[in-house]
Ligand binder design. Structure first.
Ligand SMILES: NC(=O)C1=CN([C@@H]2O[C@H](COP(=O)(O)OP(=O)(O)OC[C@H]3O[C@@H](n4cnc5c(N)ncnc54)[C@H](OP(=O)(O)O)[C@@H]3O)[C@@H](O)[C@H]2O)C=CC1
Ligand SMILES: O=C(O)CCC(=O)C(=O)O
Length: 479
């Protein structure tokens, strides 16, 4: 079986230690073998990124544009193949996998354009004959640590802006999904990225991740993953006074008001809570529903859930693929038990393990009703196909419940009232607000991120990405 090596200083290298990339829809299916770097190899990658940094920082916008555009074009041209790889290694459905690959292409395309729009300010000083220039410079070496749930889009939305703004990279993808990460590195190398500008170091967080965090030569770290690891990353970065950006969990509410269009509300709930097997930090895990529509909404949602097909991610007709691995499945099952043990909570549908033609991590989507916001299933991120319904007496109570969470990533409302939609947009304590749309599923060219325990540091994506990937310089000169 082909060994996929790490990319360090422009050379494909390593692989003495390697892991099998396993298909969660069929655990007998090994996608390939992928190298696992150790701390020494990670330090080499950091040294390569450091050595490449001055030249890349001075590279001209046309060169960066050409490379990012070529990568975008190749990702787009290969979106079906890359989407299939994604579905095979992560368990998203084929349609979702292809959609995510296309999104990665759009992100590279966006930042290719941004290379040609880099700008600064020229200002007069309050002193006579003095001029001021405000410019943005790259941070230097950026450590990129990504999770398993968006194996191509999240690396794309960290790598593309890092390169656009002139940084070099040490990229550590999640150990569970090295396939898409390797494909991106391969595409960028062939697109003409100079040696050492992007270094791929696959392997474990406890080894590769720690080596990145422990290096004084890494100037900034961007991380997406769990709250626990995120806090650890932030603490380590503080020791080095290093810039850090964290995207972590969510416990995103979808408020459904009496005046909502029932069809839209149910579609938003099904999509937001259960698509991508609920493994999205933007998933609508809390459905907050007012009294007048509650019973109709629950009945219609369960009808739709009954019609969903849970099966092999790449099979025609599959709506929901498997859970990503045994560890995440165990977490989902643990929270199902926690929910079942709550006094009032009622597991109204789902939660059963499913057998399919191949051995995989198949779990029936689950809906708890009659839950209260203080239950653990409503406080803690589950990250699986499990959602809850919470009753609210009116809009004011629904808004208060929506905001009563340690998280603040995405918040949604289904209503036909302009008054409530407008009030919710202003008062939802979240980085992203959705009106009559699922809480998950965002555009590639606008800021992404949250508040409270969900995010830390500057926003990702769109032009706002410049805040993290650059540092501002103010230069004064006597005319
Ligand atoms: N907000 C989000 O988008 C995501 C949230 N999660 C949440 O996290 C839970 C657990 O998922 P998990 O994959 O374990 O999340 P982690 O936070 O552990 O993993 C995210 C990334 O951090 C790496 N990492 C782990 N430990 C360290 C460390 N000590 N230093 C540096 N990097 C490290 C991981 O490496 P490795 O390759 O070893 O995993 C991975 O690349 C999920 O159930 C879910 O609740 C998970 C994924 C995404
Ligand atoms: O909902 C989306 O489109 C993005 C979600 C995401 O980035 C995540 O779950 O990590």
């Amino acid at each position: 079986m082909d060994l996929h090596q790490n990319l360090i200083g422009g050379e494909w290298t390593g692989g003495e230690d390697a892991s099998d990339n396993i298909n969660p829809s069929d655990t007998n299916d090994v996608i390939g073998r992928y190298a696992r770097a150790d701390a020494a190899a990670t330090r080499e990658a950091i040294a390569a990124a450091k050595a490449a940094a001055p030249a890349w920082a001075r590279s001209n916008p046309a060169q960066r544009h050409a490379i990012l555009s070529a990568a975008a074009a190749e990702i787009m041209a290969r979106k079906a193949e890359l989407g299939e790889l994604l579905a095979r290694e992560e368990g998203k459905t084929l349609a979702e996998g292809i959609g995510e690959a296309a999104r990665a292409g759009q992100i590279f395309d966006f930042f290719a354009g941004e290379t040609l729009r880099l700008a600064g300010d020229v200002l007069p000083s309050i002193r006579p004959n003095v001029g001021i220039e405000i410019t943005r410079e790259p941070m230097g070496v950026v450590g990129i640590i990504t999770p398993w749930n968006f194996p191509i889009a999240i690396p794309a939305w960290k790598i593309a802006p890092a390169l656009c703004y002139g940084n070099t990279i040490v990229f550590k993808p999640a150990d569970l999904v090295p396939g898409c990460a390797w494909a991106i590195a391969d595409i960028l190398k062939r697109a003409g990225l100079p040696d050492g500008v992007l270094n791929l170091v696959m392997g474990r967080g406890s080894v590769v991740g720690e080596a990145i965090l422990d290096s004084a030569d890494v100037d900034a770290v961007t991380f997406t993953g769990s709250v626990g690891t995120g806090k650890h990353v932030a603490a380590k970065c503080a020791q080095y006074m290093r810039k850090v950006q964290l995207e972590m969990g969510g416990k995103n509410p979808l408020v459904v008001l009496d005046d909502a269009d029932l069809g839209i509300a149910v579609d938003c709930a099904i999509n937001g809570a259960f698509f991508s097997t609920g493994q999205r930090c933007t998933a609508s895990s809390r459905l907050i529903v007012t009294e007048g529509i509650h019973d109709k909404f629950v009945a219609a949602t369960i009808d739709k859930l009954k019609a969903l097909t849970v099966d092999d991610a790449r099979k025609d007709g599959t709506h929901i693929g498997p859970v990503v691995d045994q560890k995440q499945l165990d977490t989902d099952l643990k929270y199902l038990d926690i929910g079942r043990s709550e006094d009032s909570a009622n597991l109204a549908w789902g939660g059963e393990l499913l057998n399919r033609a191949t051995p995989g991590f198949y779990l029936q989507p689950a809906l708890f009703t009659e839950t209260t916001n203080d239950m653990r299933i409503n406080r803690e991120e589950i990250f699986g196909p499990v959602a809850t319904v919470i009753r609210a007496k009116d809009y004011d109570e629904a808004l208060a419940l929506a905001n009563d969470t340690p998280f603040g990533l995405s918040s949604g409302i289904c209503t036909t009232s302009l008054k409530y939609a407008t009030h919710f947009k202003r008062n939802a304590e979240a980085g992203m607000v959705m009106v009559n749309l699922p809480t998950a599923g965002v555009d590639p060219h606008v800021p992404f991120g949250g508040r409270k325990g969900s995010s830390y540091g500057p926003r990702e994506q769109g032009r706002y990405a410049a805040e993290f990937y650059t540092t501002v310089k103010t230069a004064y000169s006597l005319a």
